[in-house]
Design a binder for this molecule. Structure first.
Ligand code: NOJ
Length: 548
């Protein structure tokens, strides 16, 4: 009985959900990758109308909140992470009035709304960057970004050796008075110039943007590249041994996880604390270890941060136990709740990851395992166990759209259809985890787009997803969807789950993770490949996770 995860109440269980805990300490937050969630107007791209039509699905699934990926006006060079205007909605997704209606309707369904804030960089089409291009070197317009003269006799070498996360140099040269001129910094695509957060004008503008959305009732923000806003003022070279990605042991990096970022977030916390209704932040911070992550969620700083150590961790009991302990230790020390994340729109879907021989996520070289053999049945079995593990651990959890359907990474999208900017710069694509959701029916687009005359979805869905549609799984007790629904129901009803602590059961065979939570709850995850006897218990709440 490998990879099963029974959850059971212990004999003294007295389920009673009456305590008061701030919602963000234990929320299950569903990530809506809006362009791939549901298409309300039939153009092949998901939108606010589609999302509104699916709110009952999310309510019935039992999630507490949704996080919506960027929906702002954008040239969509990086799927909306290149924002041209932070105070409006891109027409492909709808209108500001529709966004306001969505927030209201979500609240009526008991679902909170978190929007995505992109503060590290703007789009090259943002009015500020256009003004910077039109202004001369040394001007206040250029001081909002990182413009620098090039190196070499004619300035035709980039100002330093920093690398774009999408591949190639992090610098692009502009023309000044019709001749080759200064260079500007972009840690991502060239169309995403980095803002200069040492400039107080940027600080002021983003606090105003926060207020704009808080005034519209949103419950929080996911902060994109939260670890990247501060740069070493002298922009020093990384050097031949320098890391363009942060790893354990790197003490001071010129642009990742610098101490100066925390002052920015203390300011943001003051803004959110000004508002009634418990608004919250979650940081996307890829940092060296749990201790560094915990610095983002100290008192008076941000509320929560994604736990990427858990996401990259291999399907291995000892490694998971270590990661869980380090996470809980570091978060408890600062009084913050942990989060548990298995997938998102940037990484390979975990059904595929867990179906490979190497089950960790290779951070430094995400493409390395692309196309290597996958056993999807094994991956799915592990994904079922992993979901229950996440939902039973103390703290909050994230569900990436489609993981509740057991979707896998689509690795055979024709090259001409790929849209991720990292594809051109590095040959790596994240499009395989962004394929539109299959909702119903036998034929593509599986109910993704409303109406008969709909355009093809912006990325093609595998024909085999016919058996993974939400409709096909609803009511089937052996399905992934019903597993998530049942687990979320139990999580909401059981007093032991959500915020709190755990106690490990040390008397388990190797390859088995077992812990209890009070009052009266136990979780056993068997990664050993061998059948194991369950500890004493009164009742199995959820088990037998695999129908075959
Ligand atoms: C992280 C986002 O999740 C990713 O999709 C995006 O490409 C980069 N930040 C740049 O904004």
């Amino acid at each position: 009985m490998p990879e099963t995860t029974p959850i059971f109440p212990r004999p003294d269980a007295t389920p009673d959900r009456t305590r008061e805990v701030p919602w963000w300490r234990e929320a299950v937050i569903y990530q809506v990758y809006i362009r791939s969630f549901a298409d309300g107007d039939g153009d092949g791209v998901g939108d606010i109308a589609g999302l509104r039509s699916r709110l009952p699905y999310l309510r019935d699934l039992g999630v507490d909140a949704i996080w919506i990926n960027p929906w702002y006006p954008s040239p969509m060079v990086d799927a909306g992470y290149d924002v041209a205007d932070y105070r409006d909605i891109d027409p492909v997704f709808g209108t500001l009035a529709e966004a306001e209606a969505l927030v209201e309707e979500s609240h009526e369904h008991g679902i909170r709304v978190i929007v995505d804030l992109v503060p590290n960089h703007t789009s090259h089409q943002h009015a500020w960057f256009q003004a910077a291009l039109a202004a001369p070197p040394g001007s206040p317009e250029r001081a909002r970004y990182w413009f620098r003269p090039g190196r070499g006799d004619s300035g035709d070498l980039p100002p330093n050796d920093w690398r774009s996360r999408f591949g190639g140099s992090a610098w692009t040269r502009v023309a000044d008075n019709g001749a080759p001129g200064e260079w500007y910094l972009h840690l991502f695509a060239a169309e995403q110039p980095d803002l200069n957060w040492a400039n107080p004008e940027i600080v002021e503008e983003f606090e105003a943007i926060l207020r704009f959305w808080l005034d519209r009732g949103v419950d929080g923000f996911r902060i994109d590249v939260a670890h990247g806003l501060a740069k070493h003022p002298e922009l020093p070279d990384l050097g031949p041994d320098g890391e363009d990605i942060l790893s354990p042991g790197v003490v001071e990096h010129p642009h990742w996880d610098r101490d100066e970022v925390h002052e920015i977030y203390r300011g943001w916390r003051r803004v959110s604390d000004d508002y009634a209704g418990d608004r919250k932040f979650v940081a996307e911070a890829w940092v060296a270890d749990a201790e560094r992550l915990a610095r983002y969620v100290r008192r008076d700083h941000l509320h929560t941060a994604f736990n990427f150590d858990f996401l990259v961790c291999a399907w291995d009991a000892a490694a998971l136990r270590r990661t869980i302990d380090e996470t809980l230790g570091a978060h408890t020390a600062v009084g913050a709740p942990a989060t548990w994340v298995l997938s998102n729109h940037d990484v390979v879907r975990h059904v595929t990851r867990y179906g490979r021989a190497e089950t960790g996520y290779p951070r430094k070289d995400p493409q390395r395992l692309h196309g290597s053999p996958v056993d999807l049945e094994l991956g799915t079995r592990r994904a079922r166990a992993a979901a229950l593990l996440c939902l039973a651990l103390p703290g909050g959890a994230y569900v990436y759209q489609g993981e509740e359907l057991g979707l896998w990474e689509v690795e055979d999208i024709p090259e001409e259809l790929l849209q991720d900017p990292s594809w051109n710069r590095s040959g790596h694509t994240r499009d395989g985890c962004r394929v539109p959701i299959p909702w119903s029916g036998e034929k593509r687009p599986f109910g993704f787009s409303a109406g008969d005359a709909s355009a093809d979805p912006w990325l093609p869905q595998p024909a085999a997803w016919t058996r993974l549609t939400a409709d096909a799984q609803a009511g089937d007790p052996g399905s992934m969807l019903e597993l998530y629904r049942a687990a979320l129901r139990i999580r909401h009803e059981h007093l032991a789950l959500g915020d709190g602590t755990l106690g490990w059961d040390e008397a388990t065979p190797p390859g088995v993770l077992a812990f209890t939570r009070e009052p009266g709850f136990g979780c056993v995850v068997n990664l050993s490949g061998q059948a194991v006897a369950l500890p004493a218990h009164r009742e199995l709440l959820l088990e037998r996770l695999w129908r075959s």
